[in-house]
Design a binder for this molecule. Structure first.
Ligand code: ADP
Ligand code: MG
Length: 468
């Protein structure tokens, strides 16, 4: 009897939600019994139960009402984590509102199923001690962000800056700043658990957890932190399931007065591909942008960098660099580093001459027509294949992929015709180029790792063009 009723409920539910969600959240459920209009179902874990209550309570209510009638109710029986012992059913009246407090008491979260996974999670969420407030130069471009960050570091979870969200283009100091907050909290509040995680890592760990049936550990880990720093949330774009899990964690932490800090490469309102309910939560606290540093700030950053490395660069040179490189801080640092490297390799002194030469080199690289040649070099370096092979006949898989990627960027980033692009790749014809562009687009759509590589390459290629 209970089986039949549950089957009917499932039929109804299946029609209302995506197949994958159905598979994940409803197939593992076992109907246990039906007694005076109360259907008891068994769910595999505490988390599972909360997830159902949070996301599917209305649907479940509807289904139960349809199948049992207006007095129909649902009870959950949660399987304990360890052993097969079945927990006494937790009674939840589906016609009332959900109450997850109730559920929290049922089951302790202190036990991790898979300690190795935990070690891995921990390993990947360490702070980098080199990013601190004292080496983060303040300027008009970052004043609001910096002082909000500092306030949060003094009183995590207590200010109204929760969540705290920084956004801005690449190399403007987002990661530095959020890491500085983490490090500051660590030294001011040694007892707090701080987790820094790049959104990409977060996604990969989540996928790994799904694959190894470790979702519970994953959730536990993130729900137990006092300060969660999630870097580059734009990476969660179109990753529905990861967004769902983050939404869940976010709510839990926020309700518990824990601090959440995030960064993104664009303003929340421009975060396409993120669920609206998530984006609207990002706006609850404070959002501050980081802008391109002005001249004085660029000077100060270069000076700080020199001081840290114990190197002296004549003022004139510092000024020249600060004046010429106005894109972002990473770029600025890159130029200073290559200047220093050059000087020490050639045993020459750092002077204006050398600085001009180095900047010119970078610029001519680009001038030689943001060039198929430059794209080929960047792509072959990235995939670690010889540049010449891109023009050769070889059909080795890794070469073919690198070649197609280079063609794809040549099409996107230069004004060359398809014919001319083909010519630069060892005299191939234009249909080969079309095919390459198509395959790359297909792979971008279907392969997350590949998509990531393309994004990385885009950054590399753009960084160069930005200097011109
Ligand atoms: P983003 O995360 O926004 O791409 P990062 O935080 O990685 O940028 O910054 C790029 C580099 O520039 C880092 O080495 C960082 O230390 C440095 N940097 C950025 N902003 C500042 C600043 N205001 N003062 C000192 N260094 C900075
Ligand atoms: Mg960053």
């Amino acid at each position: 009897m209970h089986q039949k009723i549950w089957e009917n409920c499932l039929l109804f539910i299946r029609e209302s939600i995506p197949g994958q969600s159905f598979k994940t959240w409803f197939e593992p459920i076992q109907p246990l019994k039906l007694e005076s209009d109360v259907l008891t179902i068994q769910v595999p874990s505490q988390f599972f139960y909360e997830w159902l209550e949070e996301n599917y309570v209305h649907l479940l209510k509807q289904a139960i009402k349809r199948e049992i009638g207006p007095n129909g109710r649902l009870e959950y029986s949660v399987v304990m984590d360890r052993g097969d012992e079945v927990q006494k059913p937790v009674t939840i009246n589906v016609s009332g509102s959900s109450n997850s407090q109730n559920a929290n008491r049922v089951n302790g979260f202190d036990q991790y199923k898979n300690p190795d996974f935990l070690v891995k999670l921990k390993h990947h969420s360490d702070l980098n001690p080199t990013y601190r407030f004292d080496n983060f130069i303040e300027g008009d471009c970052n004043r609001l962000a910096r002082s909000a960050g500092f306030a949060v570091a003094q009183k995590p979870g207590v200010t109204s800056f929760n969540p705290l969200m920084f956004y801005g283009g690449v190399g403007l100091g987002k990661t530095h700043l959020v890491q500085a907050i983490g490090n500051e909290i660590k030294s001011e509040h040694p007892g707090k658990r701080i987790v820094y995680v790049a959104s990409e890592k977060f996604t990969n760990q989540f996928i790994e957890a799904l694959r190894n049936n470790n979702i519970q550990d994953f959730i536990n880990y993130f729900r137990e932190v006092d300060v969660l720093i999630l870097d580059d949330v734009q990476f969660l774009r179109d990753k529905e399931k990861t967004q769902e899990i983050f939404f869940h964690i976010f709510n839990h932490l926020h309700q518990g007065g824990k601090q959440i800090i995030m960064t993104s490469d664009c303003a929340p309102k421009d975060l396409k591909g993120l669920q609206e309910r998530l984006v609207s939560r990002f706006k609850w606290g404070l959002t501050a942008d980081l802008q391109q540093p002005d001249f004085e700030t660029r000077m100060a950053i270069i000076q700080k960098k020199m001081q840290e490395d114990g190197i002296a660069i004549p003022d004139q040179v510092v000024e020249y660099i600060a004046y010429t490189v106005d894109t972002n801080v990473r770029e600025l640092e890159g130029v200073v580093i290559s200047l220093i490297a050059h000087a020490s390799l050639t045993k020459s002194e750092v002077n204006l001459e050398l600085a001009k030469q180095i900047l010119k080199n970078i610029v001519t690289d680009i001038d030689s027509e943001v060039g198929i040649d430059y794209i080929q070099k960047t792509v072959s370096d990235y995939f670690n294949v010889p540049q010449d092979d891109l023009k050769a006949k070889t059909r080795k898989k890794e070469i073919v992929i690198a070649r197609q990627v280079a063609m794809y960027f040549s099409k996107d980033y230069t004004n060359h015709s398809l014919k001319s692009i083909g010519y630069h790749f060892g005299g191939r014809d234009h249909s080969t180029v079309i095919h390459a562009v198509q395959s790359v687009n297909d792979m971008i759509d279907t392969n997350a790792k590949f998509r990531y590589s393309i994004d990385e390459l885009k950054k590399k290629l753009k960084m160069r063009t930005a200097i011109v």
